[in-house]
Design a protein around this ligand. Structure first.
Ligand code: HEM
Length: 126
C-alpha cells in the first residue's frame, strides 16, 4: 500500500475525491486484478505481463527495484535449487495483520534432504 494526498478534486469510479483527501492505494490488490492479469492469484515465474505496480510508479518509482529483482532472483533460485520438493505444510495460511506489508505470519514448509549444491559463484553460500 502507498498513500497520497489529492492535489486537486477528481472523481474515480463514482467516488468524489477532494483536494487534500488522503488516498490509500492498495498495490497488492491491483496486482491481483483479473482484468489485468491471467490467473492473478497463481504464482507464475513465467508471466509475460510486466504491468504490475509492486514497485510503485511515476516519480516515486522504487529506487531499489533493480537490486530487489536481483536479490529475489538469487534468493528464489537458491531456495528452489537447495531444497528439493519444497511444499507448503499448512492447509491454510495465517496472514500477518499488516496492510502495508502483506505477508504470512509464518510459513511452515516441507522439503527433502537439502542438496549440497554450489552457489552461483562456484562456492557454497547460505
Ligand atoms: C521487493 C522489494 C521492494 C519492494 C516491493 C519495494 C516497493 C516500493 C514501492 C511500492 C515504492 C513506492 C512508494 C511510493 O510511491 O510511495 C518504493 C519506493 C522506494 N524504494 Fe523500494 N521496494 C523494494 C526494495 C527496495 C530496495 C532494496 C531499496 C534500496 C536499496 C528500495 C528503495 C526505495 C526508495 C529509496 C524509494 C523511494 C523512491 C522515491 O520516493 O522517489 N526499495 N519501493
Amino acid at each position: 500500500m502507498v498513500s497520497r494526498w489529492a492535489y486537486s478534486d477528481f472523481e474515480i469510479d463514482g467516488k468524489v475525491i477532494k483536494r487534500g483527501d488522503s488516498v490509500n492505494l492498495m498495490l497488492g490488490s491491483a496486482n491481483r486484478d483479473q482484468e489485468q492479469f491471467v490467473n492473478p492469484d497463481e504464482l507464475n515465474f513465467q508471466r509475460e505481463e510486466s504491468k504490475h505496480c509492486g514497485f510503485g510508479s511515476g516519480i516515486h518509482f522504487c529506487l531499489g527495484a533493480t537490486l530487489a529483482r536481483a536479490e529475489a532472483t538469487i534468493a528464489l533460485n537458491t531456495l528452489i535449487n537447495r531444497l528439493p520438493n519444497l511444499n507448503l505444510k499448512e492447509d491454510a495460511i495465517e496472514w500477518a495483520d499488516n496492510i502495508v506489508f502483506h505477508g504470512p505470519k509464518h510459513l511452515h514448509l516441507t522439503f527433502s534432504s537439502p542438496r549440497d549444491v554450489k552457489g552461483l559463484w562456484g562456492h557454497d553460500h547460505v
